[in-house]
Design a protein around this ligand. Structure first.
Ligand code: IFM
Length: 477
C-alpha cells in the first residue's frame, strides 16, 4: 500500500540533480535464466534441479514452474529493445547450465550457446554492457543425482562448464559473476529445503556451501587463464545482523547468524579462511573434514570486483528460556546449529515478501565489506522489492517499489560519499518473473509482465529509473 503521507514519488527528480553518481557509474537491471527464459524443453535444454523441484507437488505456490516464465527465450530481441528504451547501461543475466551443457557434463550444446551469443550481440548492438552470471541456481539434475553440491565433484563440473561458456562468449563479455547468492543454493537448497533440490540436512548444506565456493575458485582460475582481461567476481547476498537488545545473549545470537549468513562466504573468498567462531558454532553439525588442503587457496583466488545483493536486515535474539518453541524451530531450518535463534520483527514497513525495508542497511553492508574485507570495486548486483501491482488503464503506478529504489539509491550514494568504491547498481528485476518457491505470486519487476498475453508494461518505477540513469543521479530531498 502506498503511504499517503509521502510526497508523490514520480517527479522526485524535478528539483534538479543533486545527488550525482560518479561518471561511468554502471546502471543496470538483472534477471536469471530459470526465472525468465521458459522454453524449458527447447533447443536441447535438459532438466535442472528447479525443473524437478517445481514439478514436484507442493514445492511451489500454485504448482508454478519455469516452463514458460516470461518466454524471454523467444522474445529476447524485444526485451533487449525495452532495456535500450529504459537507457540501461548494463544487463545482468544468467546462463542456464542445462541449456548450454545438457546433463552437466560433456560437450557444449551449440544451440544453447547460440541463444546467449545472440543475446550478447543484441545487447552490444544497443550499447548495453552484458554482465554474465554463470550460476543462478539451475544445477543440471544428473549432477544432483550424483550428489549435488554437497559432493566435491560438482565443483570440478562447474569449472568445466565455465570453460565452455568462456570459450563461446569470452571475446564479447567483460563482466563475469561466478555464483549468485551461494548462501541460497547451500542453505535454502540443502538446509531448509525451501529451494531446489529441497534437501533438509544441515551438514549437507555446509558441504554444499564449501563446494560452491570451491567451484567459484576453480571457475575464476579457468576464466583468468583464458580471458585475462575479464572482470571477475562473485555475488553474495549479505545482511546486516542486529541484536534485538543490547544483552550479551542477543549479541551472541547476532554473531552466530552473521557467521552463517555473511562470514561463511566473505571470509573464505576474501581472506582464504573460515571464521573460527563459525567452525565452533557448527561443531555439532560438521567437523569440516570436507575441506581439503589448498581448497581455501583456490577459493580465495584474487578477484576484480565483488557483487553484493541487498534486500533487508536480520534482527535476531537469543532463545527465551521456557518459551514455547515457534513452528520454525521444529522445522528444518537454513541455520544449521543455530536453529534456536529467534528472528524478530520490528514493525517497520515491509515488502510483499514480508522483508523489512531498511535502506540504511545497504550503507552498513557496503561500508562493512569495504572496511573489513576489500578495496576491490563493489557493485550492487541486485536490490529491489516485491509489491502487489495493479494495472489501471494500461498503467502500473508502483509507488512503493519506486520509493524503495529511491531510498536505496540514496543509501548507495551515501556509501560512495563515505568512501566505498561502489561502481554500479543493478535493479532486481528488469521484469516480473518466477520468484522461485513463490512462483508468479510475487512481482519484483520494474516492467510488469502479463503472464497470459506476455505483454510487458513498464511500471512507474521503470520510467523513474530511466530518468535516474539519464541524469546519472537523484534530486536531493
Ligand atoms: O528473485 C531472487 C533472485 O533470484 C535472487 N536474489 C533475490 C531475488 C528476490 O528474492
Amino acid at each position: 500500500m502506498s503511504d499517503p503521507s509521502r510526497p508523490p514519488a514520480v517527479g522526485v527528480l524535478d528539483q534538479g540533480t543533486d545527488l550525482t553518481f560518479p561518471p561511468g557509474f554502471l546502471w543496470g537491471a538483472a534477471t536469471a535464466a530459470y526465472q525468465i527464459e521458459g522454453a524449458a524443453t527447447e533447443g536441447g535444454r535438459t532438466r535442472s534441479i528447479w525443473d524437478t523441484f517445481s514439478h514436484t507437488e507442493g514445492r511451489t505456490v500454485g504448482g508454478h514452474t519455469g516452463d514458460v516464465a516470461c518466454d524471454h527465450f523467444h522474445r529476447m530481441p524485444d526485451d533487449v529493445r525495452l532495456m535500450a528504451e529504459l537507457g540501461l547501461k548494463s544487463y545482468r543475466f544468467s546462463v542456464s547450465w542445462p541449456r548450454v551443457q545438457p546433463g552437466g557434463s560433456g560437450a557444449a550444446n551449440a544451440e544453447g550457446l547460440d541463444f546467449y551469443r545472440r543475446l550478447v550481440d543484441e545487447l552490444l548492438g544497443h550499447g548495453i554492457e552484458p554482465w554474465l552470471t554463470l550460476y543462478h541456481w539451475d544445477l543440471p539434475q544428473p549432477l544432483e543425482d550424483a550428489g549435488g553440491w554437497p559432493a566435491r565433484d560438482t565443483a570440478g563440473r562447474f569449472a568445466d562448464y565455465t570453460q565452455l561458456v568462456a570459450d563461446a562468449l569470452g571475446d564479447r563479455v567483460r563482466y563475469w559473476t561466478t555464483l549468485n547468492e551461494p548462501w541460497c543454493s547451500a542453505f535454502l537448497g540443502y538446509g531448509s529445503g525451501a529451494h531446489a533440490p529441497g534437501r533438509t540436512d544441515g551438514a549437507a548444506a555446509v558441504r554444499a556451501g564449501h563446494h560452491l565456493m570451491l567451484g567459484h575458485g576453480l571457475a575464476v582460475q579457468a576464466l583468468r587463464a583464458s580471458r585475462p582481461e575479464a572482470q571477475l567476481g562473485i555475488t553474495l547476498n549479505l545482511y546486516p545482523v542486529t541484536p534485538a537488545t543490547d544483552s550479551a545473549a542477543d549479541a551472541n545470537a547476532a554473531r552466530r547468524i552473521d557467521a552463517l549468513a555473511n562470514r561463511f562466504f566473505l571470509d573464505p573468498v576474501l581472506r582464504g579462511s573460515y571464521p573460527t567462531d563459525l567452525q565452533a558454532d557448527l561443531a555439532s553439525v560438521t567437523d569440516f573434514g570436507h575441506v581439503c588442503d589448498d581448497d581455501l587457496e583456490i577459493i580465495s583466488t584474487p578477484l576484480d570486483l565483488v557483487g553484493i545483493n541487498y534486500y533487508s536486515r536480520h534482527v535476531v535474539a537469543a532463545p527465551v528460556e521456557g518459551e514455547q518453541p515457534e513452528e520454525y524451530w521444529r522445522a528444518p531450518t537454513c541455520w544449521p546449529g543455530s536453529e534456536d535463534v529467534r528472528f524478530v520483527t520490528r514493525g517497520v514497513p515491509v515488502t510483499d515478501m514480508d522483508w523489512e525495508i531498511d535502506a540504511p542497511g545497504l550503507v552498513e553492508t557496503l561500508e562493512r565489506v569495504h572496511r573489513e574485507y576489500t578495496d576491490l570495486p563493489l557493485y550492487v548486483t541486485e536490490n529491489g522489492s516485491a509489491f502487489v501491482d495493479v494495472v489501471v488503464d494500461g498503467q502500473v503506478d508502483d509507488a512503493d517499489r519506486l520509493a524503495y529504489f529511491d531510498s536505496h539509491l540514496r543509501a548507495a550514494h551515501a556509501a560512495i560519499g563515505a568512501g566505498v568504491p561502489l561502481r554500479g547498481y543493478f535493479a532486481w528485476s528488469l521484469m516480473d518473473n518466477f520468484e522461485w518457491a513463490w512462483g508468479y505470486t510475487k512481482r519484483f519487476g520494474m516492467v510488469y509482465v502479463d503472464y497470459d498475453s506476455q505483454i510487458r508494461i513498464p511500471k512507474a518505477s521503470a520510467r523513474w529509473y530511466a530518468e535516474v540513469i539519464r541524469r546519472n543521479g537523484l534530486a536531493a530531498q
